[in-house]
Every structure is written in C-alpha cells, then in structure tokens.
Design a protein around this ligand. Structure first.
Ligand code: SF4
Length: 439
C-alpha cells in the first residue's frame, strides 16, 4: 500500500470530508501521520477567512521545496480554496499535481493517475446531488471517542459575507438510512459520541420515494434511539431553522447534548439585514427564550463578526448588549474580512478601519471572557456526567472530558480512561475550563 498524508484546514465539515477522501482512496493508499513517509500529500483547504487562505499558501510554498527532493511524491489540493481560485493556484503554486473541489472527490483516483505537476489535472464541478452517501469514512485524526458524520452539504442562505454557497454549492441532504448506518458503525467501533455536520444542519430535509419526509428533529430522534450510550451533537445551525420541534426533541432525549451553537453574527437589525441573515434581533431572542424555557440547562454558543461593512458604534453596542442579554457560554469571534465573489464584496464598502475592527473585536472577546467565567462559576458545586476524551495537557495524572453542555472538565484519573462516562463534581473554574473531582 502507498501512503497518504492529509492535512485538513478549517471547519469540522472538512475533517469529515478528509475521512471520505481517505475512504475513496483506501484501495491504494493507507493513512500515515508522518509527512516524510507519504507518496501522496493532500491539503484540504478552507476559504472562509483570508488568514486561513494565507496560511495555506505559505504551506504550499514550503511543500514546493520539499517536493523537489522527493521524486515520486504527488501533491493535491482539495476543498473550498480549490473551488474558489483554481486557475490562480495552478499558476502560482506549480507544486500542485491536481486540484479537486468539494464535490469532486470520487474523481480523485483518476486525477491522481492522470496528473503531474508539469500537467496538472483538476475537477471543480459542483453537484446538486453529491452527498457521498454510501461511503463509510476512514476515521483519520479522531480520538476514538467522538466521530463526525456529514448529513448534508452546501448552503442556500447566501449570507452576504460568506463564500460557502459559492465554494460548496447548493444544499442537499443525505439519506437518513446511510446516516444511521454510519452512526451504528461508529458505535460498534467503540465511539461514544457523534456530531451531525452540515453548513446549516437544521434545514436538513429528506424525502423518500414514497414522499415521506424526514426533518432534522426527526433525524436527531432516530440517531438518539440507536443507543442511550451514544451522545449526539450537531454543528452548525441557522437561527431561522431552530424550530420548536427541534428544541423539544433535544429536551426529550437525555443523550441529545444540551448544547446549541446558534450563530447570531451581529446584534443590530441594520447589520443583520445587511448580512442577509433573514431574522431580527427580536426573533433571535425569542428563539433563545424558547430554548431556555424548554431546556433550562442548555449551553448556548454563537459566532460574532466585528466590523462588518457600515457597522457603526451603535451597531457594535447592540452586539455587546445582545451578548449580555443572552449570556453566551461560548463564542467564536472574528474580524470581518472581505471574501471575493460574495455579495458584500460586490455591494458594500469595507469601510470600518482595521484599528476600529480590532478594538471592537477586543471588546467582544473581553465581554465573552467575562460571560464564560460567569457561566462556569454557576457550575461550581454541580455534578455532571462527562465523557472522557483523553489525558489532560497539564498533567498525565489527570483526564479531561466534556459534559453534555460541551464544557471541558479536568479531574484526577482514578481508574478511568478515554471513552469512559464519569460523574464529576465541579470544584473550581477558569473562563475556559472546569476542574472537578469524581463523585
Ligand atoms: S448559513 Fe450563511 S454563514 Fe452559514 S454557510 Fe450558509 S451562507 Fe455561510
């Protein structure tokens, strides 16, 4: 068997895609985690933010000199960046033998055999149907406890700042039977947690040949029923699709994790409209109130963009006040960067000076630190069942795991190991971590 080294950038969808790619190539290649052993290097890329693309370009320059020393090595580029700027990549990075977009992975064996860096091959056709439905992924970099399952691909939402609809194409959902089979296989192989993935998972919609529809809430219930020992998470959702039925379903099944990542992006209606998020601040807060009412112990996380086009100080203050009002447990926070080809790049001026974006981002981060700390403080004295994921970085005498709310808890090993469920009482915390003792 030849050796395949895959480097994955960006979101969990890309991690899941790399596992599909490993499966597609598994007749000829086995995974290695050592670059120097590789006959084939694949870089699975992300275009969501400019700095991700800059890192990948730097990496390609490094690989160029590495490749000169390895005669038979092939290097291919996959993912969103491949889709977005393939011609330019082929010009600039002559190190590449082939390029494959997110819907072209079944063509990889052909692209590999046809290509050379003197004559690169590419396939970046987007599909309206490809879901890699029946392909059982080869689990590459997982911890053996938690597996990602891609349940849909693409996005129809066209938020004005986002490249995803252009790089990953239109939304399409995967047959629930193949999702259930993949979750069952993960369970049979010792995994204790699955995360159902998609750019907008809660718009999942499958209609079978008899016209019977499965929506996301129903899919979650089906996966939950596989085993009470299997925890189920999902990422990521759009506020417009967070239905009462979905919230009630999460409340009903103990193994559906009490953690919802609900990206808000901004707190003012002017910004939400300009971002084409299709909800208002009031609608979003109503959804949060419903989550709090039906799942009182649910953790809520979000994404926030600082300094989008035309953002005023008042808009920024509206983001801070919304953060306080919700009391997020966790947030992913970024400065806006223009993505070529998006509606925002075409229609709006990127007119917030960089130093203002940085200052606003710092204020958002500082507030979130405080909110996360307050949220963690409330957990001191409470007990949680955690799923152990591995040995703590601080000490090999301690383990770490997550509770249902996705919070990391560190505790002394005892007789436990990775994959165990352990009940731990929280004794102390920082803004990032809870410390506890086994109960
Ligand atoms: S929902 Fe909006 S931000 Fe999310 S992937 Fe789709 S277009 Fe991008």
């Amino acid at each position: 068997m030849k050796k395949l080294y895959i480097e994955t950038y960006g979101c969990q969808m890309n991690v899941a895609d790399s596992e599909v790619v490993a499966a597609i190539l598994s007749d000829e290649y086995e995974i290695t985690h050592a670059q120097e052993e590789a006959d084939l290097i694949l870089i699975n890329t992300c275009s969501v933010r400019d700095n991700a693309e800059q890192r990948i370009r730097k990496r390609l320059r490094e690989l160029k000199s590495y490749k000169n020393k390895k005669e038979h090595l092939k290097i291919g580029l996959l993912g969103c960046m491949a889709e977005r700027i393939k011609e330019r990549l082929l010009d600039e990075e002559s190190t590449l033998d082939f390029i494959a977009g997110p819907d072209a992975y079944r063509s990889l064996p052909r692209l590999i055999s046809e290509s050379s860096y003197k004559q690169p091959a590419f396939d970046v056709m987007l599909s309206t149907t490809e879901t890699y439905d029946e392909i059982e992924p080869v689990r590459c970099d997982t911890n053996g406890v938690s597996a990602f399952i891609s349940i849909m691909r693409g996005c129809n939402n066209f938020c004005t700042y986002c490249v995803v609809p252009y790089t990953r194409g239109r939304e399409r959902s995967r047959n629930p039977q193949t999702i259930l089979r993949e979750a069952q296989t993960a369970l049979d192989n010792g995994y204790k947690e699955v995360t159902l993935l998609g750019q907008n998972v809660n718009s999942y919609h499958w209609e079978d040949e008899t016209g019977k529809v499965t929506n996301f809430a129903q899919l979650m219930a089906l996966v939950a029923q596989l085993s009470p020992q299997l925890r189920v998470r999902f990422a990521t959702s759009h506020p417009k699709d967070i239905s009462d039925e979905l919230i009630e379903t999460i409340a009903r099944y103990p193994n559906l994790c009490k953690y919802i990542h609900l990206p808000v992006q901004a707190g003012s209606n002017t910004m939400l409209k300009r971002m084409n998020r299709v909800y208002t601040r009031e609608y979003y807060l109503d959804r949060i109130a419903t989550i709090r009412r039906l799942i009182p112990d649910c953790a809520i996380a979000t994404d926030i963009i600082a300094g989008f086009c035309g953002e005023t100080e008042e808009d920024h203050q509206a983001t801070l006040s919304l953060m306080r009002e919700v009391g997020y447990d966790y947030a992913y926070m970024f400065k806006y960067s223009v993505r070529e080809g998006t509606m925002a790049a075409k229609k709006f001026e990127d007119d917030v000076p960089d130093e203002v974006k940085s200052r606003r981002l710092e204020e958002i981060i500082a507030l979130q630190q405080e909110l996360s700390y307050q949220s963690n403080l409330k957990d001191v004295g409470k007990s949680f069942e955690i799923l152990v994921e591995g040995v703590s970085k601080r000490s090999d005498k301690q383990l770490f795991g997550r509770n249902s709310q996705n919070k990391v808890i560190i505790f002394d090993c005892g007789n436990h190991q990775k994959g165990d469920y352990v009940t731990v009482t929280v004794t102390d915390c920082t803004a990032a971590t809870l410390m506890g003792v086994e109960r």
